[in-house]
Design a protein around this ligand. Structure first.
Ligand SMILES: Nc1nc2c(ncn2[C@@H]2O[C@H](COP(=O)(O)OP(=O)(O)OP(=O)(O)O)[C@@H](O)[C@H]2O)c(=O)[nH]1
Length: 356
C-alpha cells in the first residue's frame, strides 16, 4: 500500500564539523519537554564508542554505528539500523541521525532516496548543520567535507558565537552565505535554539541537492575504496561490502585520505592520576593542537567515584564530572584523538603514563 508523505517518519540529519556542537544540540532536543519519541542514530569516527555515552539518557534507542570507517559502511549500516527501527512496535515521531564530524552528508542523505524500504517509510526532513563560528573559516579552506556540510544544510546553526567578535561573526556568516544562500541560519551559543526551528522543517529539497551534486542519485559499483582510509579501518571493521553501491568519486570522500585525518584511541582499566593526566593532556593539545582536531575521553580517576568526561577542539579543552560510575560498570578510561599526522606512539605512551 502506498503511503503518503505525511505518514512517513521524518528524519533529521544532524551534521557539522568535529566539535561544532552537534551532541550539544542533540541533548537539547532530547531534553526538551516535547512529548515526542525520537530514535537517535549516532555515527561516530573512532575506534572506541564514546559518543554514545555522552548522549543524555542513552538507552536502547540509541544506535551506535561504531564501524570505524565512515565512508564505506555508513550507508549500509544506516539502512540496516533504520530497517530494524521500522520493524519495532510503537513507532517513532522522528528519527535523528547524528553523523560523524568528518562525514560528507551526501551519502547519508542519499540513503533516504535510494533504499526502497527506507524510502517507503521515512522522509528526509532536513539536514541541520552546526557550524563552529571560530573554526569554520579555517576548515572551509582545508576540509572539503566541512564545505559540503554547509552546502547541504537546510538549517545552519552558527554556533559558539561567544568565541568570536561581531566582525568575525559577520565574516564567517558571509562565507556561509557564499556557499549556501538558501539555508535558514541562526546564531547560537551552546546550540541553544527552539527545536521547532530544527525539527519538522519539511525543508529538504531534493532539487537543490541535485543541483549541487548532479551525480547524487547515480548508482555505481565503486565500493572498494576503503583501504585508502588506512587507519580509519581497524581489523574488526565490520564492512558490508555487498551493500548498495555508493560512489566515492562524486562525494569528495577522498579528501579524508588526502588530508590524512585519522583517529587513534587508547584505553586502560587502571585508574588514572589527575595530577598526571591534566598537565599531560594540556601540554599535548598545546603542542599538537593544530593537528589534533578533536579529542575526547571518559576517564576514571583514582579515588574518584565519578566519571570524568572531557572534550577538546584543537587546544580548547572542556571537562567535567558527569555522573557516578555504576556498580556494574567497568571503570575503563578511554580517550580518542582525531586529527592529522597523529603521533600514535607518543600519545599512547603519554596516556598510559598517567596511570596512578
Ligand atoms: N564556547 C563554546 N563552547 C561550546 C559551544 N557549544 C558547544 N561548545 C563546546 O564545544 C565542545 C564540542 O561540543 P559537542 O556538542 O560535543 O560537538 P560535536 O559536534 O558533537 O563534536 P563531535 O561529535 O566530536 O564531532 C564541547 O566541549 C561543548 O561544551 C558554544 O556555543 N560556545
Amino acid at each position: 500500500m502506498a503511503e503518503t508523505q505525511a505518514e512517513k517518519i521524518p528524519v533529521t540529519v544532524l551534521t557539522g564539523y568535529l566539535g561544532a556542537g552537534k551532541t550539544t544540540l542533540l541533548n537539547r532536543i532530547l531534553s526538551q519537554p516535547h512529548g515526542k519519541k525520537f530514535a537517535v542514530i549516532v555515527n561516530e569516527f573512532g575506534e572506541i564508542g564514546i559518543d554514545n555515552d555522552l548522549v543524555v539518557g542513552a538507552d536502547e534507542e540509541v544506535f551506535e554505528m561504531n564501524n570505524g570507517c565512515i565512508c564505506c559502511t555508513v550507508r549500509g549500516d544506516l539502512i540496516r539500523i533504520i530497517d530494524g527501527l521500522l520493524r519495532r512496535k510503537g513507532g517513532f515521531d522522528g528519527i535523528i541521525v547524528e553523523t560523524t564530524g568528518l562525514a560528507d552528508p551526501a551519502p547519508v542523505a542519499q540513503t533516504f532516496f535510494v533504499d526502497e524500504e527506507v524510502q517507503a517509510k521515512t522522509k528526509l526532513d532536513a539536514v541541520v548543520t552546526v557550524a563552529d563560528a571560530k573554526w569554520l573559516s579555517d576548515r572551509l579552506k582545508d576540509a572539503p567535507e566541512a564545505k559540503n556540510q554547509v552546502a547541504f544544510a537546510d538549517v545552519i546553526l552558527l554556533n559558539k558565537t561567544d568565541l568570536v567578535t561581531g566582525a568575525e561573526l559577520d565574516a564567517v556568516e558571509a562565507r556561509i552565505r557564499g556557499i549556501n544562500p538558501y539555508a535558514k541560519l541562526y546564531r547560537t551559543q551552546k546550540s541553544e535554539i527552539d527545536i521547532a526551528k530544527v525539527l519538522n522543517q519539511g525543508a529538504f529539497d531534493l532539487e537543490r541537492v541535485l543541483e549541487l551534486e548532479p551525480a547524487f542519485l547515480e548508482e555505481d559499483e565503486h565500493h572498494h575504496h576503503h583501504h585508502e582510509h588506512g587507519e580509519a579501518c581497524g581489523p574488526d571493521c565490520g564492512h558490508d561490502h555487498h551493500d548498495h553501491g555508493h560512489d566515492h568519486h562524486h562525494h569528495g570522500l577522498k579528501a579524508v585520505h588526502d588530508e590524512e585525518i585519522q583517529s587513534v584511541s587508547f584505553s586502560t582499566d587502571k585508574p588514572l592520576d589527575p595530577d598526571k593526566f591534566f598537565p599531560w593532556v594540556q601540554n599535548i593539545v598545546q603542542v599538537e593542537g593544530p593537528n589534533i582536531l578533536r579529542s575526547k575521553g571518559i576517564l576514571s580517576f583514582k579515588d574518584d567515584p565519578d566519571r570524568f568526561v572531557f572534550q577538546g577542539v584543537h587546544m580548547i579543552l572542556d571537562g567535567d564530572h558527569q555522573r557516578p560510575w555504576k556498580d556494574d560498570e567497568k571503570r575503563l578510561s578511554r580517550i580518542v584523538f582525531i586529527g592529522r599526522q597523529l603521533k600514535r606512539d607518543l600519545l599512547e605512551e603519554g596516556f598510559l603514563a598517567c596511570v596512578a
